[in-house]
Write a protein that binds this ligand. Sequence first.
Ligand code: FAD
Length: 347
Amino acid sequence: MALIIPQHNLASLNTLAVPVRASAYVQARSREDVVEALAYAKKHSLPVLPLGGGSNLVLTRDVPALVLHIRLAGIECVHETADDIWVKVQAGENWHEFVCHSLNQDWYGLENLSLIPGSVGAAPIQNIGAYGVELEAVVQELTAIQVDSALPVTFDRDSCEFGYRDSVFKGRLKDQYVIVDVTFRLSKKPRLQFGYPALASRLDAVPHDNVTPQAVSDAVCAIRREKLPDPTSIPNVGSFFKNPLIDSVRFDALRREYPDIVGHPTGGSQIKLAAAWLIDRAGFKGVQQGPARVHERQALVLTNPGRGSGTEVLALAARIQAAVWDKYRVRLEIEPRVYPPEDRKAI
Ligand SMILES: Cc1cc2nc3c(=O)[nH]c(=O)nc-3n(C[C@H](O)[C@H](O)[C@H](O)COP(=O)(O)OP(=O)(O)OC[C@H]3O[C@@H](n4cnc5c(N)ncnc54)[C@H](O)[C@@H]3O)c2cc1C
């Protein structure tokens, strides 16, 4: 049985650097460890909070749960054809290291998702996405252990119900499963996507025929390093809000009032508004409130340079939500997981 540690300090295990304790903490390095941890939680009537890299979590107070730190490791090729390869990756693998490993093996499809912090097992939870690509494009299936029964269940891509920064694990089946591995279908032939404006302009100088998957990955990393604060020096959880989706009639009305408002069509009738633009134009770039601060280079990122509490960061978020609502009548939804969940409703 893996060691259960009571009252464990989580400050170094969440990228917002919030100093809270977990009622109990355990590292799982195998499926058996996961099953044993679930049995322990059941016996002690503790909820379970799976933890990967802690890069999408806002912890508002001591965590009244068993924090199950997913450390399962391993990358295995399970099937291949002339064009594609199916790779099963254990949930505790670091996401960016897996992206780099894939590029080294000439397996393609992940390059736009380079340098996203966190673990492979957490990537499907919010269907991570960046620079025009979302995880769902490459997921074949995943294995998750049901918290109640401790039995493994296979979810194919459709049953993950992926959406924009969303999946069934954030919605209908929230807190009911622990993901232990994810199988990706990657391509042996580059299928590059660099139409996303920031990426396209970064690669503008390179003749299109010479753009390689590695060049796309390098460009994504360079943009991210310029734009986003490194959580190891400035605590943050990346984008704090989702980009709001509104219908095109509403968008046209907003554009009449704010001609330079930024929005992108989603393929359907909806427009994805750039939350960063709304926050910036509401005057929040660089604004500090207590220990929390809106990042100077990217208004969508709230940072915690004063290493305050999750509640203090949420207070700044609530102020931004209210200001954006007052100015544009647009609701900003918080992207990271707030835990315990009841503290989210307080906003
Ligand atoms: C600087 C920065 C940049 C970022 N950029 C992006 C970006 O471009 N695109 C993007 O989509 N996200 C981005 N993020 C957010 C974050 O990196 C992703 O959401 C990532 O997938 C979180 O992984 P994690 O392992 O850190 O998850 P954690 O924060 O540990 O967990 C997040 C949620 O998933 C649950 N969870 C974790 N592991 C499991 C598991 N194995 N089984 C079941 N539930 C689990 C947790 O309980 C929690 O609810 C960024 C974050 C930072 C700090």
